[in-house]
Design a protein around this ligand. Structure first.
Ligand SMILES: *[C@@H]1O[C@H](CO)[C@@H](O)[C@H](O)[C@H]1NC(C)=O
Ligand SMILES: *[C@@H]1O[C@H](CO)[C@@H](O)[C@H](O)[C@H]1NC(C)=O
Ligand SMILES: *[C@@H]1O[C@H](CO)[C@@H](O)[C@H](O)[C@H]1NC(C)=O
Ligand SMILES: *[C@@H]1O[C@H](CO)[C@@H](O)[C@H](O)[C@H]1NC(C)=O
Length: 356
């Protein structure tokens, strides 16, 4: 073998190694795309098992016509430290189970039939005061029906519910439907139903688009950096309640809840938000707000010092609930320049991890 051939081979090896490391770094999977939220159901059903494995789709079907009869069963089939997207197609039905996606299983999609979202339901009914098997109270955090701790999760076409009938304000009635603690996640046309503390938007950068979120008290809460775009926020409060309770401890944190072009309706007299942490940040822009908002709009969580540090306010909202004349003086009426960074996916770093 001539030395040129050896040099050539060495070069090929170096290049292959180089492109391999590029791929590992940027990873073809390190994005969420529309494709990640689609599955050809007919094809999946017809195909033989082996081929189905290759296409990395797991079918959940209550009647035993898929790979698993439970959603958790499908999650359990995904290998630990999985590095490629796995789509879990959930056939219409009511799945009465608690679902946990551990942080060791990234790139999972939950996909339901786009026309049967309301009939494809994962539901459970734990509340904070329920006890675990060792006799300890679950607390709000562990009450979730569905918990996502992994990165690059996405979901579409399904309903996630906590069915506890909450007595407003009584002890231990926090009952989370969905907790999202993974670094990056997208929810598209997902319905999230509960009462007190429905959505624990706990940690990470998240994108909620055209979702329906229902609850009564602090029904969207957590420490995340999240964009809620074109969503319906539906209050079921009988009397008082609150939509957003964002937690932020420092002026330098890039976290916050940004609601853009959302519809806010339902019942009760609810606050747009409450300053859970000292630097709590929640912004409503271009939203359509029905006549269900407490005129003062915002609460300092009985901590007057937070009035100076919380970033809570509105920009160009419309509807009877958008009248700012009686708002607390410390809430903000933003200028376009001020809200500009919160209006699109750049707020959540989406240019780096969303390809839509
Ligand atoms: C394909 O899936 C079935 C059931 O889900 C499993 O038993 C089998 O081991 C898989 N085959 C491969 C090659 O992964
Ligand atoms: C949902 O309905 C639309 C309009 O009828 C149709 O075009 C689409 O194929 C349906 N999707 C599924 C998954 O059946
Ligand atoms: C606002 O949301 C509505 C309802 O989802 C949607 O039809 C409309 O296109 C959105 N408008 C903009 C400017 O994004
Ligand atoms: C709330 O708004 C959504 C979206 O516009 C609409 O579909 C729904 O019927 C409204 N609900 C009430 C009670 O007004």
């Amino acid at each position: 073998m001539g030395s040129w051939v050896l040099v050539f081979r060495a070069l090929v090896l170096v290049l292959a190694g180089f492109s391999g490391s590029i791929r590992a770094y940027y990873g073809a999977t390190d994005f969420i795309t529309w494709e990640d939220m689609k599955v050809d159901v007919e094809k999946e059903r017809l195909e033989v098992r082996e081929e189905r494995n290759q296409s990395r789709v797991i079918v959940v079907d209550l009647n035993g016509k898929g790979d698993s009869i439970t959603v958790q069963g499908a999650v359990d089939m995904v290998p630990q430290h999985n590095s490629q997207r796995v789509k879990i197609y959930i056939s219409p039905g009511i799945y009465r189970e608690k679902v946990f996606v551990p942080d060791s299983k990234a790139y999972i999609s939950f996909i339901g039939d786009e026309n049967r979202t309301a009939e494809t339901i994962i539901t459970w009914n734990n509340k904070a005061s329920d006890k675990d098997k060792d006799g300890y109270e679950l607390g709000t955090y562990r009450s979730a029906s569905v918990t996502i701790e992994s990165d690059f999760f996405c979901a579409t076409g399904i309903t996630i519910e906590n069915s506890v009938v909450a007595v407003p304000g009584s002890y231990g009635m926090q009952a989370v439907a969905l907790r999202v603690s993974g670094e990056k996640a997208m929810f598209y046309r997902v319905r999230i139903l509960g009462a007190q503390d429905t959505l624990d938007d706990d940690h990470g950068s998240h994108y909620f688009r055209q979702c329906y979120i229902q609850g009564s008290i602090d029904f969207i809460f957590g420490r995340s950096r999240s964009l809620y775009q074109d969503c319906v926020l539906h209050s079921t409060a009988k009397r008082s309640g609150a939509i957003a309770a964002h937690h932020r401890d420092s002026h330098d944190d890039d976290t916050g809840f940004s609601f853009v072009n959302c519809t806010i309706n339902g019942t009760g007299r609810v606050y747009l938000g409450r300053a859970w942490g000292t630097y709590s940040r929640a912004i409503y822009s271009y939203c359509d707000i029905d006549n269900i908002i407490t005129p003062s709009g915002w609460s300092d969580w009985n901590q007057p010092s937070r009035q100076k540090t919380a970033v809570l306010g509105e920009y160009k909202c419309r509807g009877k609930g958008a009248d700012r004349r009686k708002r607390v003086s410390w809430s903000k009426s933003f200028s376009y320049k001020e809200v500009r960074p919160f209006l699109d996916v750049k707020f959540i770093g989406g240019e780096k991890w969303l390809r839509l």
